[in-house]
Design a protein around this ligand. Structure first.
Ligand code: BDP
Length: 724
C-alpha cells in the first residue's frame, strides 16, 4: 500500500471515529435500539396489535409521541395507533376517567393508591383478547407509565403477565442547576450551561426538549435553573421572558421551573435601600415580583435560596432569622401555590465552631417556625458532598418542618467528569442510614419521604451534572448518576444494583456478558474513590478553590474552615477531627443512639473513624493493622481497584462499538493516573507526621512531596472564584 493510501485510510478511519463519537451518548438511556431477539419483539407485536392512546392535552400528546417513537425504534417499524378501541389484542393507554367502567372499577383500589403521578400497567384478558392497560388518574401518570413500558420493552421484559402499580414516594424530584447567566456552570464539568440565555426566548434549542424527555423518563418533575450563588438579574423582566419559554417547554413533560432568588434583589434591582424581610416595602416588592412571575408562569415552582452562607446575602444581614427570611418569600408565593426551598447549607467563615455543627445549631431552634410552603433543603452530610460523610444530623431533628435532601450529582469532590464513580451507591448509603430518632421508621429515606413524620412537602434535589457536552455529562457513566438520582427520588428504597443494571441495559446492551461485570464494576467504583481520596473518614483534603486533586497541606487560607489542615488535624501524635465530647462534640447533635455509636471507638464504623476521632498513628484497628498502615493500604487499595476496573473494561471490549469502548478506556487511564497522584501525594504528606515507612504492598511514590505541592491548576473547570 502506498503511503498516500495509508494516510487516506487512516484519515477516513479518524473521520468515522469522530462522527461516531460525535453522536455517542446523546440519546442517554433513551436510545431504544431495535430489539434483536425476534421472540421478544413478536410477543410485543402480538400484545399490541392495536394501540389506543388517549390524546388531547399537552402531556397526553407527549406521551403518545413518546410511545410512537419508542415502538418504532424498538420494533423497527411504525405501529398503527388507533383512535377507537378495536376488538383484538390491544394496548390501551388511557386515563382512569376515560376507561370503560368495567375496567376502571376493576382497579379502584390501585387508582386510589397511585395518587396524582402514579400509574398502573396490567395485562388482562377481555372477550378472548389480551389487553394491556396503561392507566393513571392524571395525564402525568400516563407519561411516566409510557416511559416505564418502553423501558420494560427496551430491557426485554415479558409483558403478557405484567401487573404493575407504581407511584413516586417523594413529591418534589428536582434537579438544581448551578448555572450562571453567562453560561458558566459552578462545579460543572460537562461544558457550558445548556440554557442559552442570549438566544432565549425566541430560540428554542431542541436540547431543551431532549432534556425534558430525559428528566420525565426518570420521574424528575422540577428544575431550578440557576446557581444558588444567585444573580438577581434572573428576576428582571428580560430574563423572566426567557424563563417563561423554558417553563412552557417543560410543562408538557410535567416539569415545573424554579430559580434561585438573591436575597438582596430588592436593593440590587428594586431600587430599595434595604432587603430586610420585616420591612413592608421589601415585602411588597417580593409580593409584586411574585405576582409578575406567576402572571407569566402560572405553575412556577418557586424560589430556591442560599442565604447567609459563603458570603451570600440573607436575613441575618438585618438581624433576622432564616425563618423570617424564608417566610417573607413564602408569603409572596403562597397565593399562587408556590414553594420556597431554603437551604440549610449554612456556615459562617466568621464562626470558629466546627463547621459540621453550624447548620444544626442554626436551624433546630427554628423548627416549627417556617410557614407551610417552606421546605428546608439539607445536604446529605454535615460538611459538603464529600466522597463519604456520615448522615447530616438535621435529618429527623426538625419534625415540624418540611425537609428535603440535597445530593450532588456533579462530581465536585469525586473526580469531576473524569472518574467513573457510580453515585447511587453513595445516595443509597445515606438514604439507608438510621437516624435512630424513633425506634422504627427513621432512616434518612423515611425522614425524607414523610414516613417518619408526615410532611406537607417532601423532596429530593440533586445538583445537576449536565452541560453542553455532546453526551450531556462529560463522562458517559456520569449519565448513570443523573439516571440513578431520578430513580431514587421516585423511590428512595430502590437498590443501587437494580439501578446500575437498568441503566446499563437501557444505555448499552442487554448482553449479560457485558452487563454483569460492568454492573459489579460500577457498584465498587464508589468505594474505590473513597479509598484513593479520603479513606477512613478523612474529608475535605482537596486542593483549594477548584477542588481538583489532593491538597492536604493547604493551611494558609485566612479562615480555618477553608483549610484542609483544619479537617485532618495531622500532627506527630496522630490524625483526625475529634468530634467527640473531648473535641467539638458534634456527635451530640445526633440521636442518643448514634451519639453513642459514633462516639465509642468500639462501635464507630471504620469508614467514619477519622471523621469523629483524632487517633495516634499506631492506634490498633480491629483487623490488627496500625492506623498508619491501614491508611496507606487503603490508598493502595483504591489504586488497585481502578486497575481492576481497567481490566474489567478491557474484557467487555467485544460487546461495544469501538468508540464507546475507547472513550471509557481513555478516561479510566486518567482516573488511574489521578488515583496514584492522590495516593502518593497524601501518603507523602502524612508521612511527614507519622514518620513511618510505607507498609508492604504499597507502591513507592512516583515523585516527591515538593513536586506534588508545586502542581497548580489555575484553569481547572467549574471553579468558583471567591470561595474554597
Ligand atoms: C460547595 C461548592 C460551592 C457551592 C456550595 C453550596 O464548593 O461552589 O456554592 O457548595 O452548596 O460544595 O452552596
Amino acid at each position: 500500500m502506498t503511503n498516500k493510501r495509508v494516510l487516506f485510510l487512516v484519515s477516513l478511519w479518524c473521520i468515522n471515529c469522530a462522527l461516531g463519537q460525535a453522536k455517542e451518548g446523546y440519546d442517554l438511556w433513551l436510545g431504544y435500539s431495535k430489539i434483536q431477539d425476534s421472540s421478544i419483539s413478536e410477543e410485543y407485536l402480538e400484545i399490541a396489535q392495536y394501540v389506543y392512546v388517549q390524546e388531547g392535552t399537552a402531556v397526553l400528546d407527549t406521551a403518545g409521541e413518546e410511545l410512537k417513537n419508542g415502538f418504532e425504534k424498538l420494533l423497527g417499524r411504525p405501529q398503527d395507533f388507533a383512535t377507537i378501541l378495536t376488538n383484538s389484542n390491544t394496548l390501551i393507554v388511557s386515563k382512569r376517567e376515560n376507561l370503560a367502567l368495567n375496567l376502571s372499577d376493576r382497579f379502584t383500589a390501585d387508582f386510589d393508591e397511585i395518587g396524582r403521578e402514579g400509574y398502573i400497567l396490567k395485562s388482562i384478558q377481555s372477550n378472548g383478547n389480551s389487553v394491556l392497560i396503561l392507566s393513571a388518574n392524571e395525564d402525568i401518570g400516563i407519561l411516566y407509565g409510557v416511559f416505564r413500558l418502553l423501558h420494560l420493552m427496551q430491557t426485554g421484559q415479558k409483558l403478557s403477565s405484567i401487573n404493575l402499580v407504581d407511584a413516586p414516594k417523594i413529591d418534589l424530584r428536582m434537579l438544581n442547576h448551578w448555572d450562571n447567566l453567562d453560561r458558566t456552570v459552578e462545579r460543572g464539568y460537562a461544558g457550558f450551561s445548556i440554557w442559552n440565555w442570549q438566544k432565549l426566548p425566541e430560540y428554542i434549542d431542541p436540547r431543551y426538549i431532549d432534556y425534558a424527555r430525559a428528566n420525565a423518563s426518570i420521574g424528575i418533575n422540577a428544575v431550578s435553573l440557576t446557581n444558588v450563588n444567585a444573580n438577581a438579574l434572573v428576576l428582571t423582566p428580560m430574563y423572566l421572558k426567557k424563563v417563561t419559554t423554558l417553563a412552557n417547554v417543560f410543562r408538557s413533560y410535567g416539569i415545573k421551573v424554579f430559580f434561585t432568588a438573591r436575597f438582596s434583589a430588592p436593593v440590587e434591582i428594586g431600587g430599595l435601600d434595604t432587603a430586610d424581610p420585616l420591612d413592608v416595602n421589601v415585602q411588597e416588592w417580593w409580593n409584586s415580583k411574585a405576582k409578575e412571575i406567576y402572571g407569566e408562569i402560572p405553575d412556577f415552582g418557586g424560589f430556591l435560596v442560599k442565604a447567609n452562607s459563603e458570603g451570600q446575602p440573607g436575613p441575618q444581614n438585618y438581624d433576622r432569622t432564616h425563618a423570617e427570611g424564608a417566610n417573607m418569600l413564602a408569603k409572596a408565593v403562597k397565593p399562587f401555590n408556590g414553594t420556597v426551598i431554603w437551604r440549610a447549607f449554612v456556615y459562617s467563615e466568621h464562626d470558629s465552631d466546627d463547621r459540621a455543627k453550624q447548620a444544626y445549631a442554626e436551624f433546630v431552634p427554628l423548627d416549627g417556625k417556617f410557614l407551610e410552603n417552606v421546605v428546608v433543603q439539607t445536604k446529605n452530610g454535615p460538611i459538603d458532598f464529600q466522597p463519604r460523610e456520615p448522615l447530616h444530623p438535621l435529618f429527623g431533628a426538625m419534625p415540624n418542618t418540611s425537609q428535603m435532601i440535597e445530593f450532588q450529582i456533579t462530581q465536585e469532590y469525586l473526580g469531576f467528569s473524569t472518574h467513573l464513580v457510580f453515585l447511587p451507591k453513595l445516595f443509597e448509603e445515606v438514604l439507608d442510614s438510621e437516624t435512630y430518632r424513633k425506634e422504627k421508621g427513621s432512616t434518612v429515606a423515611e425522614v425524607v419521604d414523610g414516613t417518619f413524620k408526615s410532611k406537607r412537602i417532601t423532596g429530593m434535589a440533586g445538583v445537576a451534572n449536565i452541560g453542553t457536552d455532546l453526551n450531556w455529562t462529560g463522562h458517559p457513566f456520569a449519565q448513570a448518576n443523573w439516571y440513578g438520582f431520578g430513580k431514587l427520588a421516585w423511590n428512595p428504597y430502590l437498590s443501587s444494583e437494580t439501578i446500575a443494571e437498568e441503566w446499563l441495559r437501557a444505555t448499552y446492551t442487554n448482553n449479560p456478558k457485558f452487563v454483569e461485570p460492568i454492573r459489579e464494576m460500577m457498584l465498587n467504583s464508589r468505594e474505590a474513590v473513597v479509598n484513593y481520596m479520603n479513606p477512613l473518614g478523612l474529608h475535605h483534603i482537596f486542593d483549594t478553590g477548584h477542588h481538583y486533586g489532593p491538597g492536604p497541606w493547604v493551611s494558609e487560607l485566612s479562615r480555618p474552615a477553608w483549610n484542609p489542615t483544619y479537617y485532618h488535624n495531622a500532627d506527630v501524635n496522630g490524625i483526625g477531627f475529634d468530634r467527640t465530647a473531648s473535641g467539638s462534640n458534634a456527635i451530640a447533635q445526633y440521636s442518643r443512639t448514634l451519639e453513642k455509636i459514633f462516639g465509642n471507638l468500639e462501635t464507630c464504623p471504620k469508614e467514619y473513624l477519622l471523621w469523629f476521632h483524632h487517633l495516634p498513628w499506631d492506634y490498633k484497628l480491629k483487623n490488627g493493622e496500625t492506623l498508619w498502615n491501614e491508611m496507606a493500604l487503603k490508598y493502595q487499595e483504591g489504586v488497585d481497584q481502578v486497575e481492576s476496573m481497567i481490566t474489567t473494561w478491557k474484557s467487555i471490549k467485544p460487546y461495544l462499538k469501538r468508540t464507546q469502548y475507547e472513550e471509557v478506556a481513555m478516561l479510566l487511564t486518567i482516573q488511574l493516573k489521578e488515583a496514584k497522584w492522590w495516593r502518593d501525594a497524601c501518603l507523602l504528606y502524612f508521612q511527614t507526621f507519622s514518620k513511618k515507612e510505607l507498609p508492604l504492598g504499597v507502591d513507592k511514590p512516583s515523585n516527591s512531596l515538593d513536586y506534588f505541592k508545586s502542581l497548580k491548576f489555575p484553569f481547572a473547570p467549574g471553579t468558583r472564584p471567591r470561595w474554597n
